[in-house]
Design a protein. Sequence first.
Length: 114
Amino acid sequence: MKVLAFEDSVDIEALLVSGGVNLENIVFKQYWDSQNYLERISEYTPDILMLDHYMPPTRGLDVLKGLLSSDVQRPRTIVAMSSASMANNAMLVAGADIGIVKFSVPELEIWNQS
């Protein structure tokens, strides 16, 4: 399973590890900004895309809207993972599959899939 995270301040892979997620069958990549996000998503073709809302230069909500209105293949699961629940709700309305407060990400059931 391939995971791509756009998050500018928290190391999501370290968060998953500290939360007890087994990354043995997960290829993880994180970008600390959202530059060229469509190109990055298209090249990596993640199964799971994780988006923070407050991230330069393009907010997670705008990354999501841009992705869904593009020809880039939609990842199987899109996770809105802002620390602000209002931002997650906005991304859910726009088409994200899961909205969760960032520090609860290790609790998601998606990590138990193969």
